[in-house]
Write a protein that binds this ligand. Structure first.
Ligand SMILES: Cc1ncc(COP(=O)(O)O)c(C=O)c1O
Length: 430
């Protein structure tokens, strides 16, 4: 039986909108090869994970060396050197006084743990999240996710969650014209109203992605998080920055929140942390972290020694190669090219993002900005047929997502942009 038949008969995949699957075999930098040797330029990095590139030898060797010594001990029952070293490193690369880390296995688990810590520290129980957000697939993380498409069929969700409007200037939910200078970032003010009007005086945390990923690459306007943080401090509510997708150089800084000059109370991370080895984490100030009491939290596999060794080598590689700087420079060029394309391509409504976390929002009609969902699906498929891998996001599936490994070359990026441009032309010419 071939792998396609095995997947059909034995792997649960009903939740994936099926295009012809690529049977991934091996990778090298931003290139991915299938089992037949076909080469793809990967502009999605396994959903924004392999930031340091596929097949990164330095990271693989570090993981192999650790695997030869010890694969698992339970890093909370026993102490493991790679765990201590990685935790110290994370305190160094995260902003401000964030210091103590809890390690787990995924982004959803990191967000679960961060919520638990916020409840423990504040003694309060309710949360504010953003509309259009995505925080994971567990019960609690779906409860704070602001996207009904992801939540469908799983209700009733956790009580004590309220949603504030998305800082989404292209489609301002408050009816402003998308100029944050003019609106005074009214959506930040709304966070205060949501805390005061929708909660019962028991808000422990506000959670947000500094650049929203699944919601369609939405980067809030410049002053947004500063204004929100001030409100949260006044209200005694913690700020959890979900950097699961936006972290590890993706947006041109180690962590996307650094663009906004704000230090969150807790940062959650996963995906890019170890270039593909499974690992999640959240970091907090010592004062908050120390509020955990015996029995409050643990994870059998959390802080796996091999994943931690990979993460240490991954961070070293990021620093040596200035991957965040690369993302900033290369991302700016890609956005420039796409904005140029938008001048003659009416299917493009908006080009946005930071670094190499870029969204191209497609519209069916420039007057009404109706969602270009069919176009986005078509272009993704066209790219696949032409050996380029891209993602699609947004609540209505109309945003092309370019999130390649940060080691991608300029030439490979040119291939991505020209293939997207050709795909848009082909859709328009149908
Ligand atoms: C912002 C954000 N948070 C959390 C998650 C969940 O991460 P995981 O799939 O590792 O549980 C994701 C996954 O896409 C994400 O983008």
């Amino acid at each position: 039986m071939g792998v396609k038949e095995q997947y059909r008969d034995y792997v649960m995949t009903g939740f994936v909108k099926r295009v012809e699957p690529v049977v991934a075999d091996h990778g090298d930098g931003a290139l991915l090869y299938d089992v037949d040797g076909t080469e793809y330029v990967d502009s999605f990095a396994g959903i924004s994970v392999t930031n340091a590139g596929h097949g990164n030898r330095k990271i693989i060797e570090a993981a192999k060396a650790q695997a030869d010594k010890l694969v698992h001990a339970c890093s909370y029952v026993y102490f493991v050197e790679t765990v201590g070293e990685l935790a110290e490193k994370l305190a160094e690369i995260t902003p401000g006084d964030l210091q103590k880390t809890f390690f787990c296995n995924s982004g959803a688990e990191a967000n679960e743990g961060a919520m638990r810590l916020a409840k423990r520290f504040t003694g309060k129980m309710e949360l504010v999240a953003l509309e259009s957000s995505f925080h994971g697939r567990t019960y609690a993380t779906l409860s704070i996710t602001g996207n009904s498409g992801r939540k469908m069929g799983g209700s009733p969700y956790m009580p004590g969650v309220a949603f504030a409007p998305t800082p989404y200037c292209y489609r301002c939910p408050l009816g402003h014209d998308g100029d944050p200078e003019k609106c005074g970032i009214a959506c930040a003010e709304r966070v205060m109203e949501v805390i005061r009007l929708h909660l019962s005086g028991s808000g422990c945390a506000f959670i947000a992605e500094p650049v929203m990923g699944e919601g369609g690459i939405i980067a809030p306007p410049d002053g947004y998080f500063k204004a929100v943080k001030k409100i949260l401090e006044n209200e005694g509510v913690l700020f959890i920055a979900d950097e699961v997708q936006s972290g590890f150089g993706r947006t041109g800084k180690f962590f996307a929140i650094e663009h906004y000059g704000v230090v969150p109370d807790i940062i959650t991370m996963a995906k890019g942390i170890a270039d593909g080895w499974p690992l999640g984490a959240f970091i907090s100030r010592a004062e908050i972290a120390d509020s955990f009491q015996p029995g409050d939290h643990l994870s059998t596999f959390g802080g796996n020694p091999v994943s931690c060794a990979a993460a240490i080598a991954n961070i070293a590689f990021h620093q040596e190669e200035d991957l965040a700087g690369n993302a900033l420079r290369k991302g700016a060029k890609v956005q420039e090219a796409l904005k140029e394309l938008a001048k003659t391509q009416p299917l493009i409504g908006d080009v946005r993002g930071k670094g190499l976390m870029i969204g191209v929002e497609l519209i069916a009609d420039p007057q009404t900005k109706s969602y270009g969902t069919a176009a986005a699906g078509f272009v993704r498929e066209y790219c696949l047929q032409h050996n380029v891998l891209i993602g699609v996001g947004g609540n209505f599936g109309n945003v092309l997502r370019l999130q390649p490994p940060l080691v991608i070359t300029e030439q490979q990026l040119e291939t991505v942009v020209s293939t997207v441009a050709d795909g848009l032309k082909a859709f328009a010419a149908r």
